[in-house]
Write a protein that binds this ligand. Structure first.
Ligand code: CO
Length: 650
């Protein structure tokens, strides 16, 4: 009985007495919320209308930055991520800011060198960050050492995460059991963590596992315990309650418009559920309602088209079936669809746990979920009965080398040996902290980008995102004009788009014939979905007449967060003489990273010839025969279709 939440019904007014031990709440709407539901496309200008109101709620913190925001902002929104921090700080003056930091991966996708990591944390703190929620995909806390030293030096809050993952349907088994999580929490506390966060990115934490888990953590460490549990599987509201009964200190939620599906449970039902108890949040539900009203009317109309409404159900049952993050599953489906191999999904589900086990039972979170996912698909598509791991991605090689850190259990020795054959850093894996083998990189980045990076913030952005970062800095300093696709839309644009959709549904979209006015510079393009048909509609607001040219096209795949903008795929030029020899074909659509062999080079069957990037993973493609490399068709940066002839060996 003592565990249970005490109900002392009295006063439910906004100024009711403070509860004995209020549950603290962190709001995630303007980071994880829009990252989960709206492909991280939230703009700063759409956060400002509610910023001051949110500062009045009494949140423990508001998550404002990190994760994919840094990437998406400069790449797709033409916004300086550093500026968002400074802008929001002018409106949110009382509530601390929190960011999601991928430890030595910072806000990018690989381990960066120590000099860059130190500079990043220092500048984030200087620009207004208060709480650094830090995680490592392998739960290898050696990857925390550099950033934590700087977080502490800046006098900021270091929150250490434990990525929650399972190998069984419920907590337990040989690897990820209660003892594992307790050990990780103690290790964080001894590193100086100011709080510990259970980061349940796939919504796998079941209510009756949350209870013993939080109990054990509360007993093992002194510092506050924070729960981050995505809604994806549908369990999180129940999990929250059991965690609260077990004494959890802080819970993550979103404002209703940013809640549920792959995001988080909403704050409002939790506030009401705890009202009048000893864990009452003390929040004024009317203030929350007022924020929701502004969001619904002024903000969400601009984003609702980004919501993946391909399914009615807001719960992903597959997550319960496969204990795998929903985002990872949808990536796998997209990847198979791109390769015309959707019928192999059953095999992929079977292969996935095998690959994960071979690779050391790593947690599945960015970037490891992608690494395991892509390798699984490669195995299903390319392996033969007598050879497994025929095509190993560059990232799997890096993992086998130890570049991501230490895996929960050792990597399959055979797979590791195969992956490290001819690996440029060496065939013997490292056991030290990964960043120790990385050369400092800030000076090198400075030499590359030159004066285009005006200050350290620009340079840090460029160093993490060389291609898109450079493009952004050119927009920022007026060297090139930003394309329309990165410009904000207004409520007026939304109204016009909605009218078009209405007309399309009513069958009133008529193709114009002749006498079309010239398209002006303010022409905007919209994707309009009507039932299963997709229309590409151009709207020119300055003309008297709206030119509507419905172009039925194949419906594009569901938007993946931070996916690179689609590029024109180069058709391979047809030439009869080219086929004189053995062809090396692209096994999947992707982008050429570089050729490792040049025209005229002699190669042996199995030598790596070209590196192809697909689904953010690098794959080295090998010579299908002995001979001389002829007819290199593409250059670095070219996009190629599946089956394109990359070179001929003859
Ligand atoms: Co999250």
């Amino acid at each position: 009985m003592s565990d249970q939440v005490q109900i002392t019904p009295l006063d439910y007014s906004a100024d009711r007495p403070v509860a004995e031990n209020p549950v603290k709440i962190m709001d995630l709407s303007i980071r994880d919320g829009h990252q989960s539901l709206f492909a991280t496309r939230g703009r700063t200008e759409d956060m400002i209308p509610v910023a001051e109101m949110m500062d009045e709620v009494g949140f423990w913190a508001i998550e404002t930055w990190g994760g994919a925001t840094f990437d998406t902002m400069h790449r797709f929104l033409n916004e300086d991520p550093w500026e968002r921090l400074r802008t929001l700080k002018r409106y949110i003056k009382k509530t601390p800011f929190s960011m999601l930091l991928r430890a030595q991966n910072l806000v990018g996708y690989r381990n960066y060198a120590d000099d860059l990591a130190l500079a990043f944390v220092d500048r984030a703190a200087e620009n207004g960050m208060d709480i650094f929620r830090t995680f490592d995909a392998l739960n290898d806390y050696r990857n925390f050492e550099t950033v934590v030293s700087q977080i502490k030096k800046c006098g900021k809050h270091f929150q250490g995460c434990i990525c929650y993952t399972l190998t069984e349907p419920r907590l337990g088994g040989e690897v990820y059991n209660l003892a594992y999580y307790v050990d990780r929490a103690k290790s964080l506390e001894s590193m100086g963590a100011d709080s510990v966060c259970i980061k349940d990115m796939a919504g796998l934490l079941a209510p009756y596992d949350a209870y013993p888990l939080i109990k054990a953590l509360k007993e093992a460490v002194e510092i506050p315990i924070h729960l981050h549990s995505h809604f994806t599987s549908g369990m999180s509201p129940m999990t929250h309650l059991k965690a609260i009964e077990a004494g959890v200190d802080i819970i993550d939620t979103c404002m209703t418009p940013y809640a549920y599906r792959t995001s988080h449970a909403a704050v409002e039902p939790l506030v009401m559920a705890l009202l009048g108890t000893n864990r009452d949040t003390g929040f004024d539900i009317k203030k929350l309602a007022a924020i929701n009203e502004v969001l619904e009317k002024e903000v969400m109309p601009k984003y609702k088209h980004l919501l993946d409404d391909s399914k009615v159900s807001i719960i992903d049952i597959n997550v319960l079936l496969h204990q795998t993050p929903g985002g990872m599953l949808s990536n796998l489906v997209n990847q198979l669809r791109e390769m015309d191999a959707l019928d192999k999904i059953g095999e992929v589900y079977k292969e996935l746990p095998r690959v994960r086990k071979d690779l050391g039972q790593i947690p599945l979170v960015t970037p490891t979920s992608q690494i395991v996912g892509v390798q699984t698909v490669n195995n299903v598509l390319h392996d033969t009965p007598d050879e497994r791991y025929k095509m190993i991605t560059g990232q799997v090689k890096d993992l086998c080398y130890g570049l991501y850190g230490k895996t929960a259990v050792p990597i399959n020795a055979e797979v590791q040996k195969k992956a490290l054959k001819d690996y440029p850093r060496g065939e013997e894996p490292i056991t030290c902290r990964p960043a120790e083998v990385l050369e400092p990189e800030l000076e090198k980045a400075k030499a590359e980008i030159g004066d285009l990076a005006v200050d350290l913030d620009d340079l840090i952005l460029y160093a993490q995102f060389p291609v898109t970062g450079k493009k952004f800095l050119e927009w920022k300093y007026g060297k090139t004009e930003a394309p329309d696709s990165v410009k904000p839309i207004t409520l007026e644009d939304v109204r016009k788009r909605d009218e078009l959709i209405k007309k399309a549904i009513a069958g009133k979209l008529v193709e114009s014939k002749g006498d079309e006015p010239a398209k002006s510079a303010s022409l905007r393009t919209f994707n309009v979905f009507v039932d299963n048909e997709y229309f590409n509609v151009e709207v020119d607001p300055t003309g008297d007449v709206q030119v509507v040219t419905p172009v039925p096209a194949a419906a594009p795949a569901a938007p993946a967060p931070a996916a690179p903008a689609p590029q024109a795929v180069k058709e391979e030029p047809a030439a009869a003489a080219d086929t004189d020899g053995t062809l090396l074909l692209a096994p999947m659509p992707g982008m050429i990273v570089n050729y490792l062999k040049n025209e005229g080079d002699t190669v042996k069957s199995g030598d790596a010839v070209v590196v192809l990037e697909a689904m953010k993973m690098e794959n080295s493609l090998t010579a299908p025969a002995d001979g001389v490399v002829k007819c290199v068709k593409f250059a670095s940066g070219d996009s190629v279709a599946k089956g394109a002839v990359l070179c001929v060996i003859g």
